[in-house]
Design a protein around this ligand. Structure first.
Ligand SMILES: Cc1cc2nc3c(=O)[nH]c(=O)nc-3n(C[C@H](O)[C@H](O)[C@H](O)COP(=O)(O)OP(=O)(O)OC[C@H]3O[C@@H](n4cnc5c(N)ncnc54)[C@H](O)[C@@H]3O)c2cc1C
Length: 335
């Protein structure tokens, strides 16, 4: 691990002035002179320990007052500051009542100790945990190399959809729930300029740019995540399946948000994580379930529809059945 300078930012402008790279920039063009933002530090320190980057300076944004906090309003919806820890989201009563799938997703992410430190901003800005990407011995596409080692290698944890070039999956399982709720990410740049990016547009597919996984650029900082208010007939559920119940990444996870009219589904969002390089919604499953009651037959058919375009690799075919099952279960549990 290299030596680096440490800077405790007191406000956003100071942090942005001092920062000159994202982790992706540091990987893409070399990290020798880079000054990178740290919130919880869980993944940034992993990158440094793994020898993937050697930043010259770490800009600690945990020291910025007011960048954390949760505000809920029945009309305006939910605002979660970027520095809010996953533990604080998990323990928030409004979130548990109004955004159950988000509560469930956060409660199942990582471990209690990690959730005490990890922040929401850091969680959605983290990079893939693909073991080839994380290895200095494997110059994959995402690190400027000429191949995806997982395509014909150890691909049991990898993508079963949209996996033609890079088949890594995004590390954030919290993002699966955010996608189902239609969240937006508030990004602030120099001079206090703010923009709201829908979570669908926040994540970048490898076909668009294989060297990054989000639209974040240097000179930008996530300041909050906003989720619209949900009507009183909206129900949700989240299921994560890993190899182990704790301390583990998702092999498959699903968040379902349905608006009901009586027993009928009026509107549905079915989001899947660890299926594709970025979290995805299944339009086919959503269209199928809309206008129907949710029961064992329709939920199972929605699970089938969600996997219509699956193109599993040699070692991850089991994920197709896993997704069919958890889409079905999440729909049944949601109502
Ligand atoms: C063993 C293990 C298991 C895990 N399991 C899960 C899981 O199941 N599900 C899940 O979702 N997560 C999981 N995680 C991830 C973890 O919960 C953290 O969310 C993640 O490591 C990053 O959070 P952090 O606050 O520590 O970010 P940091 O390490 O501080 O930062 C991560 C990245 O985000 C950037 N960044 C941080 N904050 C901002 C900001 N406000 N604006 C712009 N860029 C920013 C940093 O520059 C860096 O590139 C796991 C982690 C470990 C180590």
């Amino acid at each position: 691990m290299n030596k680096f300078k440490w800077f405790n930012a007191q406000n956003i402008e100071e942090a942005l002035e001092r920062t000159n790279a994202t982790v992706s920039d540091a990987i893409n063009r070399g990290s020798a002179d880079s000054a990178i933002i740290k919130s919880g530090g869980i993944e940034l320190l992993d990158f440094i320990k793994e020898g993937i980057i050697e930043p010259a300076e770490i800009i600690n944004i945990k020291s910025i007052p007011g960048l954390e906090g949760i505000a809920f309003d029945r009309t305006a919806g939910l605002r979660i500051g970027a520095n809010t820890t996953l533990a604080d989201i998990e323990n928030n009563g409004d979130i548990k009542l109004q955004y159950l799938a988000l509560h469930q997703a956060v409660s199942k992410a990582a471990t209690p100790q990690l959730r005490n430190v990890s922040t929401l901003g850091g969680n959605i800005a983290q990079r893939t945990r693909c073991w080839y990407f994380r290895s200095i011995d494997h110059p994959c596409f995402r690190k400027g190399g000429t191949t995806c080692f997982a395509q014909n290698g150890e691909n049991q944890m990898h993508a079963i959809m949209n996996n033609g070039t890079c088949c890594s999956v995004h590390a954030s399982s919290v993002a699966t729930a955010l996608l189902a709720y239609g969240a937006t990410v508030e990004i602030t740049s120099r001079g206090g300029q703010k923009k709201d990016v829908s979570i669908d547009d926040f994540f970048v597919n490898p076909f668009t740019d294989i060297r990054r996984e989000s639209v974040l650029r240097r000179g930008e900082i996530i300041t909050a995540v906003n989720i619209p208010a949900q009507g009183k007939n909206v129900k949700s559920w989240y299921i994560k399946q890993g190899e182990r119940a704790s301390f583990d990444w998702a092999l498959a996870d699903v968040a379902v948000v349905v608006e009901l009219s009586g027993k009928r589904v009026r509107k549905a969002a079915i989001a899947m994580g660890a299926a594709s390089p970025v979290p995805v919604r299944s339009k086919a499953a959503e269209e199928f379930i809309t206008g129907k009651d949710i029961n064992a037959t329709t939920a199972a058919e929605a699970g089938q529809k969600a996997m219509e375009n699956a193109t599993p690799l040699a070692k991850n075919g089991y994920k197709v059945d896993l997704f069919k099952t958890i889409v079905k279960r999440a729909l049944l549990e949601s109502v």
